[in-house]
Design a binder for this molecule. Structure first.
Ligand code: DX5
Ligand code: ZN
Length: 220
C-alpha cells in the first residue's frame, strides 16, 4: 500500500520544507491541478509541478481536475510528473489522452467523480496504470469521505482482478487515520490524504500510523 499526501493542504509558502517532512514516509506526492472550469477552484500549473519535482525524490502523482486535459498533458509530463491522472468526465477522447500520456513515458491514470458509475472504466481499464476513485466531490481539501465510495472501490478491485494485470487503485478525499482501514479493506492500495497528513502535528508519524492501521487485523 502507498500513501500519497496531497500538497493542497500544505503550506505553499514553505513547500520545500513541507515536502522534506514527508520524504522518508510517503510513497508519492499528490499534486491537485484545478482549472476553474472542471472544478470551481483554481490551484497550480506546470511551473509549480516543476518546482515540486526539484524539491523531492518521491514520484509525482499529478491529478488533473481540468477540462480537456489533452491540451495540457505534455506540459505536465515535461514538468516532471511521474503519474498523470485525467478525469473520465473531462474529455471526449479518454482512450486518446491515456495513450498520449503513455507515449510521453508516464504512467496513466483515470479518475471518476462520486456520481460517475464504475462502468465507464470497463473499456479503458485494460490500458491504464492507475484508477482513482474520488471519495469527495473534487474541488477542495478537507471534505468528508462519501461512504458509498467503498462499494465503488470493491467493484473496481474486482475489475482489476478480472483484468489480471497490475493496476493501482487509488482513493482520494476525506481519508484520515480513523477511516483509512475501511478503504483498504474495500480494496484500495494507494491513499491520497491532504488535510489528514498536512493538518496533523507530525506528518511522518501520521503516515506511519495510517500504514499500521491498514496492516492491523480487521476488528482490532
Ligand atoms: C480534492 C482533491 C484531493 C484533496 C484531498 O479535489 O483531489 O486530492 O486534496 O484532500 P483531503 O484529504 O483533505 O480530503
Ligand atoms: Zn486529488
Amino acid at each position: 500500500m502507498k500513501i500519497s499526501p496531497s500538497i493542497l493542504s500544505a503550506d505553499f509558502a514553505r513547500l520545500a520544507d513541507e515536502l522534506r517532512l514527508i520524504e522518508d514516509f510517503a510513497d508519492y506526492v499528490h499534486v491537485d491541478v484545478m482549472d476553474g472550469h472542471f472544478v470551481p477552484n483554481i490551484t497550480i500549473g506546470p511551473l509549480v509541478v516543476e518546482a515540486v519535482k526539484r524539491s523531492t525524490r518521491l514520484p509525482l502523482d499529478v491529478h488533473l481536475m481540468i477540462d480537456r486535459p489533452e491540451r495540457h498533458v505534455e506540459s505536465f509530463a515535461r514538468a516532471g510528473s511521474d503519474i498523470i491522472t485525467v478525469h473520465a468526465e473531462a474529455t471526449k477522447h479518454l482512450h486518446r489522452v491515456v495513450e498520449s500520456i503513455k507515449e510521453l513515458g508516464k504512467k496513466a491514470g483515470v479518475s471518476i467523480n462520486p456520481a460517475t458509475p464504475v462502468s465507464v472504466l470497463e473499456d479503458i481499464i485494460g490500458d491504464v496504470d492507475l484508477v482513482l476513485i474520488m471519495s469527495v466531490n473534487p474541488g477542495w481539501g478537507g471534505q468528508g469521505f462519501i461512504p458509498g465510495s467503498l462499494r465503488k472501490i470493491s467493484a473496481v478491485r474486482r475489475m482489476i482482478e478480472a483484468e489480471g494485470r497490475p493496476v493501482e487503485l487509488e482513493v482520494d478525499g476525506g481519508i484520515k487515520v480513523n477511516n483509512i482501514k475501511e478503504a483498504f479493506d474495500a480494496g484500495a492500495d494507494v491513499f491520497v490524504s491532504g488535510s489528514g497528513v498536512f493538518g496533523a502535528r507530525d506528518y511522518g508519524a501520521t503516515i506511519t500510523e495510517m500504514k499500521n492501521r491498514c496492516m492491523a487485523k480487521t476488528g482490532t
